[in-house]
Design a protein around this ligand. Structure first.
Ligand code: 5GP
Ligand code: MN
Length: 341
């Protein structure tokens, strides 16, 4: 496995296995509603985690409520009526599980001032370790790996069989999406073992990949527009592109279709940093990807965001030109730090 930079951010929880058991016990003992949420604009890992925790708890007869909105390309994971609408107020005696989400400001579906006990299960190094129980493991490539371990603990403690194909599918999907289909160096032997177990539980690998690989017609129009904005900077070590509302209108695409584009520019030969600026008018959402030894996480943190070492992001409350200048200045600093500039 690629060595994880040993910053305080990226230190994993030394009590990992014990805490999986502690979380399972806390959930099994809870008498009220269990609200399960993840980060805004949910990806496969966020939605997979929410479904992967809600389904076994429901099977055990607990009042678990997954709160999320599935983007088009992940709707195959959900069943009709399964996802709950966002809540502006918490029901009495709620316990909240915040999954795949490093900061409460990135959580969606519930008011930010929760006023309820929180279980925080996440793999972002920059997670602020909030909550009554915080299980943070930056050396695991997907929160769904951690959900798999928590469900295993639920099985042991409840004595009931919980795994089936319906549960294994979203959990494997999260692992596939966050590892780039097992291509990123974050993939470990444990990742592959976990994936193998999930396939053993009936997760349909072919169906998942077929669904994830489909793009609507407008995506291709959008891709053409966004790729026409590509520029190289800092001795061609950085590749950048941007997308704005006008491009979405022109192509008929939505922000959902934008998510796949940073991976497209990331393949630019000779580059160490890929930056996609999503210009949402009042704010710019920056998506960053990096190659070893460069840390996208360092750049994102300096821009007010966070994430993983190779994939990170920030929400920048400034116009595009300013966000671009700030990101480039921080990219330059990072390239100098590792001796590439
Ligand atoms: P993406 O580029 O796919 O949106 O995000 C890459 C990684 O950076 C994800 O793990 C995501 O959680 C993190 N990330 C993206 N945007 C933000 C942000 O505004 N703040 C923080 N703290 N993390 C972010
Ligand atoms: Mn994740």
């Amino acid at each position: 496995m690629a060595a994880m930079p040993d910053t305080p951010h990226n230190q994993s929880d030394p009590q990992y296995a014990a805490k999986c058991g502690q979380i399972a016990a806390r959930l099994l003992a809870h008498a009220g509603p269990i609200l399960i949420v993840a980060h805004e604009d949910p990806d496969g890992d966020a939605l997979g985690s929410v479904l992967g925790l809600a389904r076994p708890l429901q099977k055990l007869g607990l009042d678990a409520r997954p709160i999320a909105t599935a983007p088009r390309y992940l709707q195959f994971l959900t069943t009709a009526g399964e996802l709950h609408q966002p809540m502006s107020e918490l029901p009495a005696n709620a316990l909240v599980c915040v999954l795949d989400c490093g900061e409460l400001y990135r959580m969606t579906g519930l008011p930010k001032d929760l006023g309820a006990p929180i279980i925080n299960i996440d793999h972002h190094g920059t997670n602020s370790r909030f909550g009554e129980i915080a299980l943070v493991s930056p050396d695991r490539p997907a929160a769904c790996i951690m959900i798999k371990d928590v469900v295993d603990a639920l099985e042991v403690q409840s004595g009931q069989q919980l795994w089936d194909a319906h549960l294994a599918m979203p959990v494997l999907t999260g692992i596939i999406t966050d590892t780039g289909s097992f291509r990123y160096p974050s993939t470990t032997p444990e990742t592959l073992h976990t994936a193998a177990e999930l396939v053993g539980h009936g997760a349909p690998l072919g169906v998942i990949n077929e669904n994830l690989g489909i793009q609507p017609r407008n995506y291709f129009k959008l891709q053409a527009l966004v790729l026409s904005t590509i520029e190289y900077a800092l001795g061609d070590l950085v590749v950048m592109a941007h997308v704005n509302e006008a491009m979405l209108s022109e192509s008929g695409a939505t922000w959902e279709e934008v998510e796949a584009l940073v991976s497209v520019i990331r393949s630019a030969e000779g580059t160490y940093i890929a930056a996609l600026f999503k210009d949402r008018g009042e704010q710019v959402k920056l998506s960053l990807r990096s190659r070893t030894p460069v840390s996208a996480q360092n750049i994102a943190v300096a821009c007010g965001g966070g994430g993983h070492v190779p994939a990170a992001g920030a929400t920048m409350l400034m116009p595009l030109a300013e966000a671009r200048a700030k990101a480039l200045a921080e990219a330059e600093r990072e390239l100098q730090r590792v001796g590439l500039l």
